[in-house]
Design a protein around this ligand. Structure first.
Ligand code: 6GU
Length: 227
């Protein structure tokens, strides 16, 4: 899979992209991730990329020119790809959207900064607008990293153990969160590993885990709805 990231802060991605899982997937040729600086497409001596909003109001907006020119230049390098714009007003990311994104051959992720994008960027490029949750970040960069991380894990070969992705929380038809897990030692500060996990009875273990996952999911839903 190829992923292009368009940003005014390319240096934010350096250690993230060289890091363990994603770095290894890139080295193995499973992921081709490239970062392009939107400022390279600004014109004029000052290479200006932002300006005050017409009609007044706080903050600065990204000017349409550098963003649109940058997206079009990157799209010309290979097939168009699925264009995603990171903005707090977009569709809220969840595992089913991550799965949908992971089925694409190419993603182009555009990170916003300042107070957002000029509306004409959306009119011209018709991007898939995504948000990672109902809170405000100072830019789309962290959101783009969240998407690259979550999508990469679903690219065949990246995890090494495909079963592990299938068993993760929110995966599978039932979208359950994972229940409790234990490793050695059997006893820690007086707390014991549940007996069933030591029983060697794989059917009982599977049934217990499913029951725990249903429980954990129910508790989380109750918490979210405040009941
Ligand atoms: Cl994608 N961008 C910004 N600036 N804030 C956010 C977000 C994105 N998702 C949640 N909050």
């Amino acid at each position: 899979m190829r992923i292009d990231i368009l940003t005014l802060f390319p240096e934010m991605f350096t250690s993230f992209l060289d890091g363990s899982l994603i770095g290894a997937a890139r080295a193995a040729g499973l992921l081709d991730v490239r970062v392009t600086n939107i400022r390279d497409f600004a014109t004029g001596v000052h290479r200006q990329v932002d300006d005050r909003p017409f009609g007044g109001g706080p903050g600065m907006l990204l000017m349409p020119g550098p963003v649109v020119e940058c997206v079009e230049a990157v799209q010309r390098q290979a097939d168009l790809g699925h264009l995603v714009m990171l903005t707090p007003g977009g569709r809220r990311l969840d595992q089913s959207i991550v799965e949908e994104l992971s089925r694409q051959d190419r993603l182009v992720l555009v990170c916003g900064r300042y107070e957002g994008f000029d509306e004409r960027v959306k009119a011209i490029l018709a991007p898939d607008e995504l948000s990672i949750g109902d809170y405000v970040l100072s830019g789309g960069e962290v959101a783009a990293m969240v998407i690259v991380d979550a999508v990469s894990r679903l690219v065949p070969g990246v995890l090494g153990d495909e079963e592990s992705a299938r068993q993760d929380s929110f995966s599978g038809a039932d979208r359950l969160v994972e229940g409790p897990q234990y490793t050695r030692p059997r006893q820690y500060r007086g707390l014991e590993v549940p007996e069933v996990l030591l029983s060697g009875d794989h059917r009982r273990i599977a049934a217990w885990r499913h029951e725990q996952a249903v429980d954990a999911t129910r508790r989380r839903t109750l918490q979210a709805t405040g009941s």
